[in-house]
Design a protein around this ligand. Structure first.
Ligand SMILES: C[S@@+](CC[C@H](N)C(=O)[O-])C[C@H]1O[C@@H](n2cnc3c(N)ncnc32)[C@H](O)[C@@H]1O
Length: 329
């Protein structure tokens, strides 16, 4: 399924691309935003499209056919944390606008690198599979305390300690190398919690739950064990997968390093839009914009813009999106 670009109209309104201007899309992905920007900057405006995932770059809709935009399009397979160097190497400028659409796309989920908890795949999660550590190395190598902190900090996971304990216990039997193995472990932690809620007399140390599965006669008919307990509409593995993905790709540090570089490469009057999808990244963007407002930039979105109800209805993955935009002074 192709990725549906998020908040395109709002991004076009705020970046305000015009004929012959140059833009940087730091997260090219399927190219939905890039295409829209290129349409507005015709006939001679250029776009520098960056993506850490070489498969994403190759498959991007802006590359089909390859000659479509000619010299107007430059693509670079790199991490956006090297933004200033990439701009310099490609002698790209003046830069009128920059877009960061954080995280992963629908196509990323289809790359069979373990981004999805709904499929059984290798536990990898690297945007760029040529470099860095795989999720399986963290899951099998970090100690219980490190795993707990990871799930708490990057996943804001309420059952961090329980899941970490189960990972450490589970990997003693055999290494955890697939998404399915990990999801089963997470479900076990959630199911135990639900069972304790329903049957408070069963402590974690009870003889039934000790082995990770409730084998009591009563539990055989207990629906808690039969189905995935979606909590508040969220799959129990969501937060653990988010935490691992952030750690594997060092996402928060990459973002932190990129924000000042974006300001540096923008020309005066140029605009910078950041689309975030969870509170950890939005907090970093919000703070950075706050620190530099009226010093190096004007804040164009006092409050973050969010998708319309209609957009969320059509594309539920946008529901947590927040868009913040500034203009360089
Ligand atoms: C949400 S998608 C972008 C979708 C795109 N705006 C579109 O309209 O199709 C994010 C993309 O950024 C890439 N990405 C994530 N972190 C990156 C990083 N640090 N450096 C470069 N690319 C990154 C991912 O591989 C993914 O393709």
């Amino acid at each position: 399924m192709p990725h549906i670009p998020v908040m395109v109209n709002e991004i076009l309104t705020f970046l305000d691309p015009k004929a012959d201007q140059n833009f940087i899309d730091c997260t090219l992905g399927d190219g939905g935003h890039a295409k829209a920007i290129l349409a507005h900057t015709a006939p001679n405006g250029r776009l520098l499209g960056i993506d850490a995932d070489s498969e994403a770059l190759e498959a991007s809709s802006v590359q089909r056919p390859a000659s479509r935009y000619g010299e107007r399009l430059i693509t670079v397979n790199a991490n956006f944390r090297d933004l200033a160097a990439i701009v310099k190497e490609n002698k790209f400028g003046p830069v009128h606008g920059i877009l960061l659409d954080l995280g992963f796309s629908t196509s990323t989920l289809e790359r069979e690198r373990g981004f999805s908890f709904m499929k059984d795949e290798v536990l990898d999660m690297r945007f760029n599979p040529k470099t860095g550590i795989r999720a399986a190395e963290i899951v099998n190598g970090w100690n219980q305390q490190q795993l707990t902190e990871l799930l708490e900090e990057y996943g804001e996971e309420g059952l961090a300690r329980e899941i970490a304990n189960k990972i450490v216990a589970g990997r003693k039997t055999r290494p955890i190398v697939t998404t399915k193995q990990l999801v089963e472990i997470i479900l076990m932690a959630y199911r135990e919690k639900l069972a304790r809620k329903r049957h408070p007399e069963r402590s974690e140390g009870s003889r039934y739950i000790k082995k990770g599965r409730d084998s009591s006669p009563r539990a055989q008919n207990d629906s808690v064990w039969q189905r995935v307990p979606w909590i508040g509409g969220i799959h129990p593995a969501t937060k653990t997968f988010q935490a691992l993905r952030i750690a594997v790709n060092d996402e928060l540090n990459a973002l932190q390093e990129t924000l000042p570089q974006a300001l540096e490469v923008l020309q005066s009057g140029g605009r910078f839009a950041v689309l975030g999808f969870h509170s950890l990244e939005d907090r970093i963007v919000k703070q950075f914009f706050k620190d530099w407002t009226d010093v190096k930039m004007k804040l164009l979105t006092k409050k973050p813009l969010v998708p319309t109800q209609e957009e969320i209805r059509v594309n539920s993955q946008t529901r947590s999106a927040k868009l913040r935009v500034v203009e360089k002074i």
